[in-house]
Design a protein. Structure first.
Length: 123
């Protein structure tokens, strides 16, 4: 007759193997959430900049107003860009025209994982 093998310690082994997998999923979820939040904040900054630029009287004033609005909006949302580029297109800056603002921002997310470096470029 065969003796049943002892199952002592299998729960601890399973726990030790699954905890890193669950932690990885948590880090990925937090990273994706922060990416979505940063993307939304940058879209809001571009919208605010285009609105500020369109309310200006001259094209030069529109560029200055859009750049200032971008910086104000990003600061209000506590978003720090490592490489911030604001491109204000005033080619259609006429009555009934529009102002287009493109923002490029590199967001550092190195605080999520201690041992690696991650740079996200949002356009």
């Amino acid at each position: 007759m065969r003796q049943a093998r002892s199952e002592e310690g299998t729960a601890a082994l399973e726990f030790a193997l699954l905890v890193p997998v669950f932690m990885m999923f948590i880090f990925i979820a937090v990273g994706l959430g922060r990416l979505g939040l940063a993307r939304g904040n940058i879209d809001a900054a571009a919208r605010d900049a285009a609105r500020a630029g369109s309310q200006s009287r001259t094209a030069d004033d529109a560029v200055a107003a859009a750049t200032a609005a971008t910086n104000d909006s990003l600061a209000a949302n506590n978003l720090t860009c490592a490489d911030l580029a604001v491109n204000v297109d005033t080619a259609q800056f006429t009555r009934g025209g529009f102002v287009r603002v493109d923002i490029s921002c590199r967001v550092e997310m190195t605080d999520l994982v201690v041992s690696s470096s991650c740079h996200l470029v949002l356009l």
